[in-house]
Ligand binder design. Structure first.
Ligand code: FO1
Length: 339
């Protein structure tokens, strides 16, 4: 059985995991899914007294078929009576938890309070929602993506993205607590046993960054026997399906700018050049292939754009086609010089 490990954040990555999971399921009908997802926890926050893990929940809901595909987060058919009542009672609400979404946070908060680790909490939620692939938090220790903005204010990622609509310019992004964090149970084992590792189409700074910064994870990727394939988080000149997409594009731009790279596929490749063997580029950006090859990775050009909450099946098939590429691919990609 082919073991595939996906690393990523929320909305963008979940659209790839959904199609990847379906393609893998066809190959292993009725068997446990060979897909393990290592998900960003840098966005996690306390909201209205409950612990919210936006990227873990976005991943669970997408794989469980519960996600509101248009919105990209939260559950379909959602109602907002609790948030409406909070406002009626005079509370400012900028981070909205739907009534059914609240059930997830109430369960997680009570289990965490009872001393259950985030990995086990996530396993229980995945089992309860009928999600068959393994969904792991990158770490069980708190890591908080913090943005020091050029207006002098420090914001959490959700304050920046949701409350302030990704408008402030960003001076520096840090991951508070990450030095004391350890890979969650199962993460290093999954990477060691992988036949393929996929870096999802996620914000390289806000979603991949907090995962790769957990001590041990970047090193495990470098030592992985499996090929590491990254799917571009950005496609040029694409009309955004909704304001949320536009805001996430603004966030990518601001955060990548803070790292000194352009908010392009080449900029994204620059930030993970030491890790990936192949960078998957959308045809709309084919002209960037040479620049990305010069960074080290091989480049595969194929449609990557998600529509209706999922990426094209051809992308999943192209990614899975690299399982047998093996380690020599990485050597070939950079002229045999081992990183
Ligand atoms: N995004 C918003 O634009 N507004 C919200 O009120 C909001 C609430 C929310 C609650 C739970 C959750 O899992 C995600 C939520 N998001 C909201 C999306 C979130 O800010 C990010 O866009 C995703 O986490 C993508 O990584």
């Amino acid at each position: 059985m082919v073991n595939v490990v996906g690393i990523g954040g929320g909305i963008g990555a979940s659209r790839l995991w959904l199609t990847l999971n379906e393609a893998l399921d066809e190959g292993t009908p009725g068997l446990p899914s060979p897909l393990t997802l290592v998900v960003n926890t840098g966005d996690d926050l306390w909201a209205h007294g409950v612990r919210v893990c936006p990227d873990l929940d976005t991943t669970l809901y997408a794989l469980a078929g519960r996600q509101d595909v248009e919105r990209g987060w939260g559950t379909k058919g959602e109602t907002w009576r609790c948030m409406e009542t909070l406002r009626e009672l005079g509370n400012e609400v900028w981070f909205n938890l739907g009534d059914t979404d609240l059930a997830t946070h109430l369960l997680r908060t009570s289990w965490l309070r009872d001393g259950v680790g985030l990995a086990e909490v996530t396993r229980r939620l995945a089992a309860a929602m009928g999600v068959r692939c393994r969904v792991l938090p990158a770490t069980e220790q708190p890591v908080a993506t913090q943005l020091l903005c050029t207006d002098g204010k420090r914001r959490s990622y959700q304050e920046f993205l949701v409350r302030d609509a990704a408008a402030p310019r960003v001076h520096e992004v840090t991951y508070a607590g990450v030095r004391a964090a350890r890979p969650a149970p199962g993460v290093l084992e999954a990477l060691a046993g992988a036949d393929l590792v996929v870096l999802g189409p996620s914000n390289p700074v806000a979603s991949l960054g907090p995962v790769l910064a957990v001590p041990g994870i970047r090193e495990a990727l470098r030592e992985a026997q499996a090929p590491v394939v990254a799917v571009t988080p950005t496609v040029s000149r694409v009309p955004f399906e909704d304001p949320g997409e536009a805001r996430r594009a603004d966030s990518r731009q601001r955060l990548m700018e803070s790292r000194g790279v352009a908010a392009t596929a080449t900029g994204a490749a620059e930030l993970i050049r030491d890790l990936c063997d192949v960078f998957v580029l959308d045809g709309a950006d084919a002209q960037e292939a040479e620049a990305i090859r010069a960074l080290g990775p091989e480049v595969l050009v194929t449609p990557t754009l998600a529509r209706g909450g999922r990426v094209p099946r051809s992308l999943a098939d192209a990614v899975l086609g690299m399982v047998n590429a093996g380690r020599p691919l990485r050597g070939a990609a950079i002229g045999g010089v081992r990183r």
